[in-house]
Design a protein around this ligand. Sequence first.
Ligand code: AMP
Length: 281
Amino acid sequence: MEILRTVAELRQWSRKERNRSSHTIGLVPTMGALHAGHASLIRAAAASCDRVVVSIFVNPTQFGPNEDYAVYPRTFDADCALAQSEGASAVFAPAVEELYPAGAATFVEVEGLSHRLDGASRPGHFRGVATVVAKLLIAAEPDQAFFGQKDAAQVAVLRRMVADLRLSAEIVVCPIVREPDGLALSSRNLYLSPAERTQALTLSRAVRLVEGLAASGERRAATLITAARQAFAAEPAIRIDYIVLVDWATLEPVEIAAPGTLFAVAAYVGSTRLIDNAILG
Ligand code: AMP
């Protein structure tokens, strides 16, 4: 497996694979600290594309000033081993100055969408995400780029961006990978104390509850959201950030859930912010 450090190396690798060898290319953007959720994306990419490049980059522009950029887990050697064992052909792991050269002043702003859900509680977050993913898509020119439904609002922002910028990559969304007890895998789960780890189950419990109610015919958003809030009432140590039912494309609230409506929750467990969601059937 090749380790690529510069945009020029990534571009050269991609062009060589595509032009000389006629290979299709899959890109899996990550911030490292890889877990089984990331592994599922790499596996999906390897099943669908001839060559897979995994990017590992803790993107400073998507963190707020009081967020965990400095302490975000960095486990590069283990990440490379996992990427290779799941079928990656290359890892792209640039330095910050490589993606943001001195004086960098160009950002991608997906208006409207970028300020909803996580974008509302984390100002600038989706601007940072859209900017770094645009840079990766432009440099790697993948046929497909793989993202987790875990970050469902991010998917909405990136789909809009790819459509608007007329980028050629197809966005592929992979299901949420969970622990056996339901907790959605996240690199930030490492921050949870044992007590918080138990409290964190409230998110997946609320998601399951709403999925169940919707499956049995309850379509009123207000009723579904009230039910989810009641699940949180049992855990006063958790602070709800948002509980919403929105159109997955626009992230605008809906009053009546339809097939494809996104139910999403974000909450602080101690100082750790966790998210979970379901796409209603
Ligand atoms: P991150 O490293 O947190 O930026 O995540 C990189 C990619 O992995 C994103 O597309 C995430 O949505 C995806 N991802 C993170 N956690 C999970 C999970 N539990 N299941 C599926 N995909 C995930």
